[in-house]
Design a protein around this ligand. Structure first.
Ligand code: PGA
Length: 241
């Protein structure tokens, strides 16, 4: 896995936005895999600015998000659909009908099975953006002692993820305990992967993912099996490499 270390989180976001821009120049109808969480927010801000200046055009792009909380309707203030609308889609010229976030309501098992198929029918993901959890999760693929989760599925969230995400909710009890997530197989099928990590809290997960054994205890370590992964890290996140 290739990694690049920047002095600041801003450097990470700047570089990530350049990768998006170059992807769009090469393929105006690119399919993006997108992530929520705090890490990509600055990258999205920069994409909005580039789009506003007319330097990049999302008019033909499509996107698929990694995950959604179980039980949260798209218009719930804490849903990931809402997060993406607020932080990116409402501010760029992407066709909202071509932005997909897994549905957290209805028959979740069926939603998960269909999500893999919709992505496949779209021709697959050209550029998959990822954050990484403190425990090495990507999407909501949490550490597991036995196996990597290959397909999109409904998963339980670990205590550490519930704790980490409580900051987006009024209190910890409101954080849903389950989510629907693209599987690791779906992520590995992306033609190119861009993983962003900033801050000291991510250093252990990052070091395990890049240098450690490929193990379901650190789900991001499976990216070692992918031929085109770039990790953009700030100095703190790279501290244990
Ligand atoms: P964060 O989340 O960007 O808010 O740290 C990353 C993740 O949990 O994948």
């Amino acid at each position: 896995m290739r990694y690049f270390v920047f002095n600041t989180p801003e450097g990470v976001a700047e570089a990530a936005s350049m990768v998006f821009a170059s992807t769009l120049y090469q393929k105006p109808d690119a399919v993006f895999g997108l992530a929520t969480g705090s890490t990509p927010v600055d990258t999205y801000r920069r994409l909005i600015a580039l789009n506003a200046r007319g330097l990049i055009n999302f008019g033909r792009a499509r996107s698929f998000n990694l995950d959604e909380y179980a039980g949260l309707a798209p218009d719930h203030p804490c849903s990931y659909r809402r997060f993406m609308d607020d932080h990116l889609f409402d501010h760029i010229n992407i066709d909202k009908a071509l932005t997909f976030v897994p549905s957290g309501i209805g028959d979740l098992e069926q939603n998960a099975a269909e999500y893999d198929q919709i992505i496949e029918r779209a021709g697959g993901i050209d550029l998959q953006l990822l954050g990484i959890g403190h425990n090495g999760h990507i999407g909501f693929n949490e550490p597991d002692e036995r196996a990597f989760a290959y397909r999109a599925s409904v998963v339980g969230l670990t205590d550490s993820t519930i704790e980490a995400n409580a900051r987006f909710f009024a209190n910890r009890d409101e954080v849903p305990r389950r989510a629907i997530t693209l599987g690791l197989g779906g992520i590995l099928c992306a033609r190119r992967v861009l993983l962003l990590a900033t801050g000291a809290g991510k250093a252990r997960a990052v070091a395990g993912a890049i240098r450690g054994p490929v193990t379901p205890m650190n789900p991001a370590s499976i990216l070692q099996l992918h031929g085109d992964v770039q990790c953009l890290l700030d100095r703190e996140a790279a501290a244990l490499l």
